[in-house]
Design a protein around this ligand. Structure first.
Ligand code: SF4
Length: 343
């Protein structure tokens, strides 16, 4: 797929993450509170969901973010949209630290960056009619005046995602999974965003419907010059839509490359394993297995390279020393002791 970035070389990325981290801790249980009362420090486990991620998304591109369930990719998506604050690092929108945005700039960022959720049913209020669901962001943000303008915007949004405007009077339960995802997309589009964070948007849909929804994303990208962060556990899904792909493992980006390069010559052993699971003409005779072993708990990540317990190439060095993310070719980075750094 050719990259037609709606940007100039000097324009900043629409979104930039620098050393972004996110930790989760639980509340202390009774015994731990008791320890605190006696001046002892209870050891409450810290879950490092996202660890020092650097990533930027240029205006007009589609960046695929791929990794197994639990690797931190959805947490990262929520940080990008501002739904979840980062614990550390810097998030910039159009070159400006979001922490320093004025109220008006913050509003622009909030509207410009929208999220599409995996489960369309859970993200739609079952007690609201579709027309009211779509009208709500217009009313909350004062984006349309009067009932007739709101009605017109709702009608246009439904048409744009391929739904009959008469559906505005129905409730979410009256739709199929694919139609509900289209309603979710219409709700995001109605505020005229520039950037959609799509979190596993087709994972809950029937296989027969998935291609239709992917095609809708492709059409919308062209029609509205949208930028996407497209999150998926399945490399074969992003293959059809992404310009670049970032591979995430246990909270870290382990490989980033233009999609064509990544699929032609994956550099990181984890990417190679993910790619081996995609049925293709090239590997049609192979037996397909899930990636060997389970994703380790982010509560106690392995020493050295986090992938070493599952890596077929792991050595003693891998068990003791974490590799750094290095440049391996123009526009390509990977973190593995086996890759050769390009200078
Ligand atoms: Fe495998 Fe070692 Fe590379 Fe990690 S650093 S991916 S364990 S070869």
């Amino acid at each position: 797929m050719s990259i037609d970035l709606h940007t100039t070389p000097s324009s900043p990325p629409i979104i930039e993450l620098e050393q972004i981290g996110r930790v989760f801790t639980r509340s202390p249980v009774a015994a731990e509170r008791l320890l605190s009362l006696f001046g002892r420090d209870p050891e409450i486990p810290v879950l490092r969901a996202v660890r020092a991620v650097d990533l930027s998304v240029q205006r007009g591109e589609v960046l695929g973010l791929v990794g197994e369930s639990g690797c931190g990719k959805s947490t990262l998506g929520r940080i990008v949209t501002g739904i979840l604050p980062a614990s550390s690092g810097k998030l910039s929108y159009e070159g400006q630290d979001v922490q320093t945005l004025t109220a008006q700039e913050k509003k622009r960022y909030t509207l410009s960056v929208q999220m599409i959720f995996q489960d369309p049913y859970a993200s739609l209020n079952p007690r609201q009619k579709v027309g009211d669901i779509l009208a709500e962001p217009l009313k909350v943000h004062g984006l349309a005046k009067g009932r007739s303008q709101i009605k017109e915007r709702v009608r246009d949004a439904l048409l744009e995602v391929g739904l009959d405007p008469a559906y505005a009077d129905r409730y979410p339960h009256q739709f199929s999974g694919g139609q509900r995802q289209r309603i979710g997309i219409a709700r995001a589009l109605i505020v005229e965003p520039d950037f959609l964070v799509c979190d596993e948007p087709i994972a809950a849909l029937d296989v027969s419907i998935q291609a239709q929804v992917i095609n809708l994303f492709l059409e919308l990208r062209t029609r509205r010059a949208l930028t996407y962060l497209f999150i998926s556990h399945d490399l074969s899904v992003v293959r059809h839509i992404a310009d670049r792909v970032a591979i995430m493992y246990l909270g870290e980006i382990v490989e980033l490359a233009p999609a064509a390069d990544l699929f032609a010559s994956p550099a990181h052993p984890y990417t190679q394993t993910l790619l081996d699971q995609i049925p293709s003409v090239r590997n049609r005779k192979r037996k397909f297995h899930a990636v060997k072993g389970e994703l380790p708990s982010p509560l106690s990540p392995p020493s050295g390279c986090a992938f070493h317990p599952r890596c077929p190439h792991a050595t003693e060095r891998c068990r003791n020393e974490a590799p750094s993310l290095v440049s391996i070719a123009p526009g390509r980075t990977a973190s593995c002791h086996l890759v050769k750094e390009s200078k």
